[in-house]
Each structure stands twice: as structure tokens, then as C-alpha cells.
Design a protein around this ligand. Structure first.
Ligand SMILES: [Ca+2]
Ligand SMILES: [Ca+2]
Ligand SMILES: [Ca+2]
Ligand SMILES: [Ca+2]
Length: 335
């Protein structure tokens, strides 16, 4: 018996044992509320919140607390957050549809600053894709205005792919991986006295229905089924190559929308060979049985720069060319 099989059987046994214990102790397990039942309540509460609250923004250029957003109940005719919906200028409230759990969630997000390019030490102005790492600051509040968590603008590495690797914390809130790709990174500069300044980083607020948050997994501070209000800062990012094929995951996004596992009408569109594994997790993207890693190297065994990967004829410049690692009829390794 293979080791993996053996451990798998052990795992099944462990699960069975723990469920038996539960039955024996008559622990009452309440099944979660169906997503389609909870969501209409969440979105109504979020929209009510957006219409009855306003926001102010701290201006402190160069410092991590720059663009801090404070949200308060309207008490003197202030303009609601909702009044910024589709504003032609920033700040702007926008929404994004997220298909999950058989329903279409509306994820509202407020862009205070999108994130701008500049810089002497680092250049910034880059969008993370939805499985990258983000160096982010955050403040989590509930719809009643309570702040339950904050990083105090400390820059922490989080992995939007939901797993802990490369020193990043796993993000369990789906609303983060849906929301962060709508913001860009900032840039660093150095003062004459050597002080490092944080400039131009993306800043805003995500308004997350519970189905894209912790859902029925409540904690002491966060009741089950809570919509989440996340003030976020996107200082910098970390690219990953999930399948180790030599192409960073963000460049395995075929749609160019910074989401690498997009599904349209039930069809995965970021999947060149249509085998159900999106390109960012597929080490043979075109399904020709030759690993992508070998198809993107020149005759000296060096990797082509991503935008210089040739098509089958060797062309490296036509922007519309089919790069050869995505062409199943092209088998050219190391040439
Ligand atoms: Ca890759
Ligand atoms: Ca595939
Ligand atoms: Ca791949
Ligand atoms: Ca291939």
C-alpha cells in the first residue's frame, strides 16, 4: 500500500471517530443557513449601511496611515457612501459580481485611491492578481460600527490564494481575493535623512456579504453571518508561480482581468487545454504533454522574458501571436 493511501485511510478513520464522538455526546449541530437565504438579508443590510453612513479620509502623504477611511453614521446631512456610486471621479463606490454558491453576490467596494506609479526605490502602480500575495494593512468593522480587528497600518503579507506559504498568512475571506485586484500598489521613496516614505498605495473599503466572508464561522468578536467592512491599504505585492512552470501566476491570466480562474457561464476561461485545471495550476498549459517550463526556454536553456516568448514560427513581436507554450500543435523545446 502506498504511503499516501495509508495516511488517507488513517484520516478517514480519524474523521469517523470524531463524528461518532459527537453523536455519542448528543451535540446539537445546527446546519448552516442556505447561502441563497442569507444573501438577500446581507445585501439589504449592506445597502442600508451605505445609504446611512458617510466617510472621511485622512490626508497624511508619505505615511502608512495616509488615506485612512473613517465611517460614521449620517447625523447632519453628510453625503452618504452610496452617493459615490459610479462617481466619475474618486472616491468612487463600485460593485463587482461574484458567482459562487449558485448565486451572484454583489461585492461593493469604495476606491479612495486606486494606487499610483512613481518612485525612486520601488515603482508601484501594479494590480495583484487574485492569487498573489499582498502586503496590506486592514481595519475590520461590522455594520453596527464596531471595529473588531486592525493591523494599525502595519504591512502584513497575506496570500490571496487562501493558503499559508512563503511566509504569507492565509486569507479565508473570499471578498479579499475578489476586492484586492481592483487596487494597485504604492511606491517607496527616501527622505534626505533616510526615512522611507510610503506613497501612492491603493486605499479603500470592501463591503463583504457574509457568504464571501466567514459565514457561519463566528468568533467572539465576529458573530456568525456578519457582513464585513474592511478598510484596506495595498502597499506592495508578491508574485507567485503556483505550478512552478516558469510563468508567474498573474501572467497565466488569459482574460487580462487579474482573476486567473474566471468562469463564464459555467466555463473556466483561464484554461487553454480545457482540462479543467486553470493555467496557473497547470504545468502543461496546452496539453501537448510537453511541460510549459521547457517550451519557454531558448536554445541555451535560458527563459525567454514573458513578452518575448515566440510563437511556433519564431516570431517574438506580434502582440496577437499564439505563444508556443499555449499552442498544442507546436512542440519546440529549447530553441
Ligand atoms: Ca505558472
Ligand atoms: Ca488546463
Ligand atoms: Ca501553467
Ligand atoms: Ca505544453
Amino acid at each position: 500500500m502506498s504511503k499516501i493511501k495509508f495516511y488517507f485511510i488513517l484520516l478517514i478513520a480519524a474523521i469517523t471517530v470524531s463524528s461518532c464522538n459527537k453523536d455519542d455526546n448528543n451535540v446539537e449541530v445546527t446546519p448552516p443557513i442556505p447561502f441563497a437565504e442569507q444573501y438577500p438579508k446581507d445585501i439589504a443590510a449592506i445597502e442600508d449601511y451605505l445609504k446611512t453612513n458617510y466617510f472621511t479620509v485622512l490626508n497624511n502623504p508619505g505615511f502608512p496611515d495616509d488615506q485612512d477611511v473613517t465611517i460614521s453614521k449620517i447625523d447632519a446631512g453628510q453625503a452618504s457612501i452610496y452617493s459615490y456610486l459610479d462617481s466619475p471621479t474618486l472616491p468612487r463606490l463600485t460593485s463587482r459580481d461574484v458567482s459562487l454558491h449558485g448565486i451572484t453576490y454583489k461585492l461593493y467596494y469604495l476606491v479612495v485611491r486606486e494606487g499610483v506609479k512613481g518612485g525612486t526605490i520601488s515603482s508601484g502602480g501594479e494590480y495583484p492578481c487574485n492569487v498573489d500575495g499582498v502586503f496590506a494593512g486592514y481595519k475590520l468593522s461590522l455594520l453596527d460600527g464596531t471595529t473588531v480587528q486592525t493591523s494599525n497600518n502595519t504591512q502584513i503579507l497575506f496570500n490571496l490564494d487562501g493558503t499559508a506559504h512563503d511566509g504569507g498568512g492565509a486569507v479565508y475571506v473570499r471578498g479579499w481575493s475578489e476586492g484586492f485586484p481592483q487596487f494597485k500598489t504604492g511606491w517607496l521613496s527616501s527622505d534626505s535623512d533616510g526615512t522611507i516614505k510610503n506613497n501612492g498605495f491603493g486605499a479603500g473599503v470592501l463591503f463583504i456579504p457574509s457568504g464571501l466572508g466567514y459565514y457561519n464561522q463566528g468568533t467572539d468578536d465576529i458573530p456568525a453571518y456578519s457582513p464585513l467592512v474592511y478598510g484596506i491599504k495595498l502597499y506592495a505585492l508578491k508574485r507567485y508561480d503556483h505550478d512552478g512552470d516558469g510563468i508567474p501566476s498573474f501572467q497565466e491570466d488569459l482574460g487580462g482581468d487579474m482573476y486567473v480562474n474566471t468562469t463564464v457561464n459555467g466555463v473556466l476561461t483561464d484554461d487553454t487545454d480545457g482540462d479543467g485545471t486553470p493555467n496557473f495550476l497547470d504545468f502543461d498549459d496546452d496539453g501537448d504533454n510537453y511541460a510549459t517550463r521547457g517550451e519557454i526556454k531558448d536554445k541555451d536553456g535560458n527563459y525567454y522574458a514573458f513578452d518575448k516568448i515566440p510563437d511556433c514560427s519564431g516570431d517574438q513581436t506580434n502582440p496577437a501571436r499564439l505563444k508556443r507554450h499555449l499552442d498544442k500543435n507546436c512542440i519546440k523545446m529549447n530553441q
